[in-house]
Design a binder for this molecule. Structure first.
Ligand SMILES: Cc1cc2nc3c(=O)[nH]c(=O)nc-3n(C[C@H](O)[C@H](O)[C@H](O)COP(=O)(O)O)c2cc1C
Length: 184
């Protein structure tokens, strides 16, 4: 499993006709796993169809977009019985099985069946990119609980994006600002 590293890999998960940012957890000696909050389309599709692809992208704005907007049909590409993001730099196809359930989550074990690098390359270190990922996670929670603590963290991230980000990170910031209803 060359594309995943130990820890949590923040990828775009594609399931049938759907895309959403999700973390894949990889710990030494264990298979890759996802923890899915109940109620998301990703959770329902994995239980219905039993597959998911992990898509690696270098555009930060895709994390913000797919956290809050549906994927258009032409943004997805069929790969056998599975689908991946059309613009993925690399992707892994998994079969997926729910192995544990809590009140709010499902624990999903992943078995890799294919791994493809489409565009090899390096992603530059950019604090604006990282701040988009951080702000997007906070934003997905903020829209449900309107926590002041999360709002302050997002304002910090927005400032970092403004200072360190490029065009794409600034586009991501606009998507997030519209989703949460405030800006910096
Ligand atoms: C970087 C990132 C990682 C995320 N990781 C998870 C995760 O591991 N599990 C989860 O249930 N939601 C996670 N989310 C939140 C989902 O992306 C979000 O709830 C999304 O709206 C679900 O979309 P869906 O209904 O199309 O599946 C994450 C969000 C971001 C931005």
């Amino acid at each position: 499993m060359g594309l995943l590293s130990t820890g949590i890999n923040e990828i775009i998960a594609v399931t049938k006709d759907n895309a959403a940012p999700i973390g894949i957890i990889l710990r030494d000696g264990q298979c890759p796993k996802m923890i899915l909050f109940k109620g998301s389309a990703t959770e329902k599709n994995i239980r219905t169809y039993g597959w998911v692809t992990a898509n690696f992208v270098s555009q930060a704005s895709l994390y913000a977009r797919f956290a809050f907007h549906d994927a258009e049909a032409d943004e997805l590409t069929a790969e056998g019985d599975m689908q991946r993001l059309r613009d993925a730099d690399a992707w892994i196809g998994f079969t997926a099985e729910v192995v544990h359930e809590t009140e709010q989550t499902y624990l999903v074990d992943l078995t890799p069946v294919t791994e493809t690098v489409i565009r090899p390359g390096i992603r530059r270190v950019n604090r604006g990119f990282d701040a988009v990922i951080d702000a997007t996670i906070h934003a997905t929670r903020y829209v449900f609980n309107h926590s002041e603590e999360l709002r302050q963290r997002m304002l910090y991230d927005f400032e970092l994006i403004r200072k360190c980000g490029g065009e794409d990170e600034l586009a991501a910031k606009r998507i997030l600002e519209e989703a949460v209803g405030f800006s910096c």
